[in-house]
Design a protein around this ligand. Sequence first.
Ligand code: ZN
Ligand code: ZN
Length: 108
Amino acid sequence: MKCPKCPDQAMELETWPGAELERCPRCQGLFLDAGELERLIVARYGGRIDALGFTPLSDSQDQKSGTCDRCRKEMDPFLGPHNVRLDRCPKCSAVFLDQGELAHMRSQ
Ligand SMILES: [Zn+2]
Ligand SMILES: [Zn+2]
């Protein structure tokens, strides 16, 4: 499937214990199925998935709205832990994290 925020950029599948996620090689955003975010926030290995901090790219990406490539639906912004702005698909409840957002939610 394609990145919700980068036109025509295919995501790459990554498998972690208990979670399968897709990462965009261009913006380093993460696409998670419903329920995976909750697991990654508490998982011991979660910090390694997204060790990089915010960059100017991730900051501008954050302002864009994403489109779920699976459902062809525009994703709704919502606030996750520590007021991180996330995008969620209204149909399948998948979540898109911009680069650095997972690390930020775990760091406080
Ligand atoms: Zn992307
Ligand atoms: Zn969807």
